[in-house]
Design a protein around this ligand. Structure first.
Ligand code: NDP
Ligand code: AKG
Ligand code: MG
Length: 741
């Protein structure tokens, strides 16, 4: 790739996909002046579905497996990938995407919820590979470095976002189990020589059932296993439902059913089954026949009602209404539409949902569309406690002040499917009471758990090389940014204890002279970081994969109002670069607003920051001096963009995503025209800078004029490219100026 330097830009879903239709033509035009190709790869949910079913499609409908291609590339030094957020599909989302594609003429098979034969089993297996967080783990061949660059932090201080005030009387709180959870049952081993392990369930009758064989393990890797008791979880949920009712707070559930695509939908299902237990018990036969699956949320029950006789529907609806009178209020996702926290497992995702609650004074929305104090149920103890620490801190000291607060950047252990986020293929809902054992090749028992039918058991793997890389990255970041770093590791957890031993060993490989690097249990680390943040001090959080995810939404949302403004770099272990944009998701609400009123609120700052880092990496990797000029001038443009506050406003009439792209293009062209490092680029961009600057008012007017009316894009998961491009590029003046470059 060194001869023809290429950046691969991903096509994803929802708001970031729409934004790409406007931003990418600008990026391609500018990068082209340095001889850099910016090619696209489709990793959208629809694209991933189509790529897995070539045997069902016409030749002109087939697309290649771009995700697999990128995954392979990520292991090579030439990788330079800009990765935008994509949908990590729950089953309801997957089914909706399939239906949309079928309507568009793609002869895909239905999703077989209960496969009846081998063929359906095979189809379901293909769809299940697409489900949940199927993209990020494939690309993340490196650890993560997420932070708010200094210019972004300065912007947030100058333009502080609104934070909901906290009252000392708030009764909001986090509830977690006290036993029977993953935390309480975790066991861990460090593998001493490369080989394989297997997972076996021995039933009470002594019969042995292999759950998984031939799991490759490397020397030095940490494996661990833990179980969640279904009975203990049910009892816990019942207690919490009663407690929320007694305390007069909303009941809400916060899981990560997308990333933890096997375990968390089951936990979600148990909570739904307990909350609506009377209705579900009374109509058990009918609901089973209709195919209701509580793991897909109470929304799945409503989706089945049209297939039932009207009198049955009326009876079920009356029973649900009656059951609500005996239950606490449920936190709402959309109170206008009656969508609750328990409707769809992918609507409330803990990394984004808990920070949103904290930003809103510790409250969530009730059925009347008003904010109310809330019980946030996060069943497992591994990470729940950190949120209670934030709640306690806010109740005592009030909301955080974005104008003065410090920052908590993150160095996250993520490479090679580290820890829980790589556990899906080793997670099982246990079919019968017995004992699960992890065995080595010689049949020695490495770990074992007594389990009951319905329990969730999982095994995780964390390779040694990623741990070494993570420690190195930490030392480098602490040194470069002159900032103390804290490893958030809990010596009481078996897995963390093994990682602590490795961290202590590998820190010795580096010069840590003068650096402040500590290891603290997550709750203590949170208290420590919060105390410092209130003093305006920064503290690097060095965490495993889950806390990486949680903290890189939590702190940015408190500090910057959104995780969209984060720089999110993954230095790939084999030398390539993966540049993720922002730290948040694909913002489905933004698409709704766009189709209703042709206004896209998506803030592409994350893409701008990622692009600058990608160009910088390209210049270093290929020696392309012009890429360096493009990167430096983009930095200047980004700073100007922040300084002049050109992010999308929130309402029709102001500039939206498209307007913000225009300003980025203008500032970038101005910086290129002003620089003296490359005369040819200066000459090339001078006329463009002039055209854009001279036509600023006209272009903004053209971009704003289209707002306020519905717009048709021909699909949600698989919109029509031409319609999207037309909608996202409405300024003839801007398009002509770019074409002239
Ligand atoms: N890296 C990835 O690929 C990720 C993908 N996802 C996927 O995204 C979808 C939605 O997940 P959810 O947890 O709701 O997360 P989102 O981040 O999409 O939504 C939460 C909120 O974040 C804000 N937000 C996020 N990005 C931007 C942006 N660039 N500009 C402006 N606002 C932004 C908005 O909040 P507000 O209006 O309050 O500012 C948004 O409503 C799911 O399908 C999930 O699987 C989620 C996380 C990461
Ligand atoms: O891959 C996903 O589903 C979500 C990823 C995510 O939330 C993160 O990495 O911050
Ligand atoms: Mg996240």
């Amino acid at each position: 790739m060194s001869n023809a330097p290429t950046i691969l830009y991903t096509l994803t879903d929802e708001a970031p996909f729409l934004a790409t239709a406007s931003l990418l033509p600008i990026v391609q035009a500018y990068a082209g002046t340095a001889g850099i190709a910016v090619d696209t790869r489709d990793i959208s949910l629809a694209g991933r579905i189509l790529s897995q079913f070539p045997d069902f499609l016409r030749d002109d409908q087939k697309i290649g497996d771009h995700l697999a291609e990128l995954g392979q590339l990520a292991t090579t030094p030439d990788a330079n990938i800009i990765k935008l957020p994509n949908v990590s599909a729950s089953v309801p989302q997957l089914k909706a995407a399939i239906i949309e594609l079928q309507k568009q003429g793609y002869a895909l098979p239905d999703y077989p919820e209960e496969p009846k034969d081998e063929r359906e089993n095979e189809i379901k297996a293909r769809y299940d590979r697409i489900k949940g967080s199927a993209v990020n783990p494939v690309l993340r061949e490196g650890n993560s470095d997420r932070r708010a660059p200094a210019s972004v932090k300065a912007y947030a201080r100058k333009h502080p976002h609104k934070m909901g005030a906290w009252s000392g009387d708030s009764v909001s709180h986090v509830s977690h189990m006290a036993s029977g959870d993953f935390y309480g049952s975790e066991q861990s081993k460090v593998i001493d020589k490369a080989g394989t392990v297997s997972i076996e369930l021995t039933g009470q009758d002594g019969r042995r059932n292999m759950l998984k064989t031939n799991i490759k393990v490397q020397a030095g890797e940490v494996i661990d296993a833990a179980a969640m008791s279904a009975k203990a979880l049910s009892r816990f949920v019942d207690t919490q439902i009663d407690d929320a009712l007694a305390k007069g707070v909303l009941f809400s559930l916060h899981l990560k059913a997308t990333m933890m695509k096997v375990s968390d939908p089951i936990m979600f299902g148990i909570v739904v089954s307990r909350f609506y237990r009377d209705t579900i018990a009374k109509h058990a036969d009918v609901l089973a026949q209709a195919g209701f699956d509580a793991n897909n949320g109470i929304g799945d029950l409503y989706a089945r009602l049209p297939s039932l006789p009207p009198e049955t529907v009326a009876a079920i609806e009356a029973d649900i209404a009656d059951e609500y009178t005996r239950r606490p209020g449920v936190a709402m996702v959309n109170s206008d539409k009656g969508i609750t926290n328990l409707h769809v497992p992918s609507d409330v995702i803990v990394d984004a949902s808990m920070p949103a609650m904290i930003r809103d004074s510790g409250r969530m929305w009730n059925t009347d569309g008003k904010l109310q104090d809330t019980k946030a149920v996060i069943p497992d103890r591994c990470y729940a406690g950190i949120y209670q620490a934030v709640v306690d801190d806010c109740r005592t000291h009030g909301a955080f002040d974005p104008a003065t607060m410090g920052s908590v950047p993150n160095v996250g252990l993520m490479a090679q499917k580290a820890e829980e986020y790589g556990s899906h293929d080793k997670t099982f809902q246990i079919p019968a009471d017995g004992v699960v054992r992890v065995l080595d090749e010689a049949g020695h028992v490495l770990m074992e758990h007594k389990v009951e039918a319905g329990d969730i058991w999982r095994m995780c793997q964390t390779k040694d090389a990623p741990i070494q890389d993570w420690v190195k990255l930490t030392v480098n970041r602490a040194r470069l940014s002159h900032t103390p770093a804290v490893f958030w590791l809990d010596s009481q957890r078996a897995h963390d204890a093994n990682v602590i031993a490795k961290v202590e060993r590998y820190l010795k490989d580096h010069d840590t002279n003068g650096l402040d690097i500590r290891i603290m249990a997550p709750v203590d680390a949170m208290k420590h970081s919060l105390a410092r943040i209130r003093q305006g001090q920064d503290t690097i959080s060095v965490t495993g994969n889950v806390l990486r995810d949680y903290l890189t939404d939590l702190f940015p949302i408190m500090e910057l109002g959104t995780s969209a403004k984060m720089l999110s770099v993954v230095p790939l272990m084999n030398g390539g670069g993966l540049f993720e944009t922002g730290a948040g998701g694909s913002a489905p609400k933004h698409v709704q607003q766009f189709v209703q009123e042709n206004y896209l609120r998506w803030d592409s700052l994350g893409e701008f920051l990622a692009l600058a880092a990608s160009l910088e990496h390209l210049s270093e990797h290929t020696g392309n001096a012009r890429a360096k000029v493009l990167a430096d001038t983009l930095d200047t443009a980004n700073a100007k963009f922040l300084d002049t506050d050109k992010s999308p406003s929130r309402k029709v009439g102001g500039i939206d995503n498209r307007g913000s792209h225009f300003y980025l293009a203008m500032y970038w062209a101005q910086a290129l025209a002003a620089q003296d490092a490359d005369a040819a680029l200066k000459a090339k961009f001078a006329p463009l800078a002039e055209a854009l600057t001279g036509n600023e008012a006209k272009i903004v007017e053209e971009l704003v004029a289209v707002q306020g009316k519905p717009v048709e894009i021909g699909g949600y998961y698989h919109p029509d490219m031409d319609l999207v491009s037309k909608a996202m590029r409405p300024s003839a003046t801007l398009n002509a100026a770019l074409a002239a470059l």
